[in-house]
Design a binder for this molecule. Structure first.
Ligand code: AQP
Length: 336
């Protein structure tokens, strides 16, 4: 709770350009929250999380700024919401260190995302990758978040955040708000266009598997044309047909139509026509966003101002919580 409003925190890692999956599963839902006057929203550009995987410095810098621009171009209002770079608020790693000391190895060992990510980056299984759920807990708890919008894949992280917060509160009194999952209107889970049994991920090495938010019209249409489907030759919405199901899910998430409506519209179509219909809907959604992105890219002064003001705002709230935590733990206050 901040200034009498419930608070919400979310964010994305700034690692490459975000995908249609990140957009439909998260960002588009956040934009809908603009309307909720009684929720104060914090959105992080989670660059500290990005370095759990080796990053080229210039790319990391560029990805982080691009992500900020995409947040705004998609419709997040930076005057109303606090949109900040995680690395600009040192309270994040400071609280994460403290919380590390209140988190058990056994708990971390149970994190399925660590297993997945470790398998993906077998040459660099660093301790940051292992403990990043604790940094995520710090991200959430610093802003006393009441809500965290989560997909199924993130539920385990919210659970551990709640466990750590409850443990800490149990020792020191009510320091942290215990966050709850916020279930948005559409919880679309978008799958890879090349392997529809796997989620669409910005780090996928096959560029045809993902739609990047900055892909141009021809690239989007070409990628949909190449999307893997099946050899049945008929359109149905079923788990047995993950490629077709994914195309329909994308269409519904982009147009806000129901599955029934999508099936009616695609009645009698071949797979090629369905892919074209979905591709065109995605283009219609992304082109205006890309135009806003282009315009924002040219306004360095405005973006710099947003970065600075929001870093100050985020730090103000985060430091308030951190000071309380440090006092409770027993650290010596700096004499004034
Ligand atoms: N395919 C997806 N469908 C729906 N939602 C998705 N999200 C990610 N992929 C899909 C949601 O996007 C938000 C930001 O995710 P993140 O950047 O913190 O990390 P992630 O979940 O690991 O996303 P990626 O794209 O798979 O990143 P990489 O490849 O870097 O690991 C989250 O809310 C997530 O649920």
């Amino acid at each position: 709770m901040i200034d009498g409003k419930k608070t919400m925190l979310s964010g994305m890692q700034s690692t490459g350009i975000i995908t249609l999956g990140n957009y439909l599963g998260a960002l588009k839902n956040w934009v809908n929250l603009n309307e909720e006057e009684d929720i104060k929203c914090f959105y992080g550009i989670m660059d500290l999380h990005s370095i759990t995987v080796r990053q080229e410095p210039a790319n990391l810098r560029k990805s982080a700024r691009t992500l900020l621009l995409l947040y705004i171009a998609a419709g997040l209002d930076p005057e109303k919401n606090c949109i900040f770079f995680q690395s600009h608020v040192p309270a994040h790693p400071q609280l994460a260190w403290i919380l590390n000391c209140y988190t058990y190895m056994g708990e971390m060992n149970r994190m399925t995302q660590f297993k997945d990510k470790a398998a993906k980056h077998a040459d660099n299984i660093n301790t940051g990758l292992f403990t990043y759920p604790v940094l995520m807990a710090a991200d959430i708890l610093l802003y006393q978040a009441d809500y965290v919008p989560v997909g199924k894949d993130q539920m385990q992280h919210l659970e551990i955040t709640r466990d750590i917060a409850n443990r800490f509160n149990g020792i020191y009194g009510d320091v942290f708000t215990i966050p709850e999952a916020y279930i948005g209107k559409s919880g679309a889970r978008i799958m890879s266009l090349q392997d529809p049994t796997k989620k669409m991920s910005k780090s996928d090495e096959n560029p045809n598997a993902t739609i990047s938010l900055l892909d141009d019209k021809d690239t989007i249409m070409r990628k949909f044309k190449k999307a893997v489907t099946d050899s049945d030759g008929f359109i149905a919405y079923s788990d047995d047909k993950p490629g077709i199901k994914n195309l329909i899910d994308i269409y519904c998430a982009v147009t806000s139509k129901s599955v029934d409506e999508a099936l009616k519209e695609s009645d009698g179509m071949g797979y090629g026509q369905l892919k074209e219909m979905v591709g065109e809907a995605v283009v219609a959604e992304l082109v205006p966003l890309q135009e806003r992105f282009e315009a924002l890219s040219k306004d360095k002064e405005y973006i710099d101002k947003i970065i600075k003001e929001n870093a100050e705002q985020a730090s103000y709230y985060a430091n308030k919580t951190l000071r309380k935590v440090m006092k409770k733990v027993g650290f010596t206050e700096l004499p004034r």
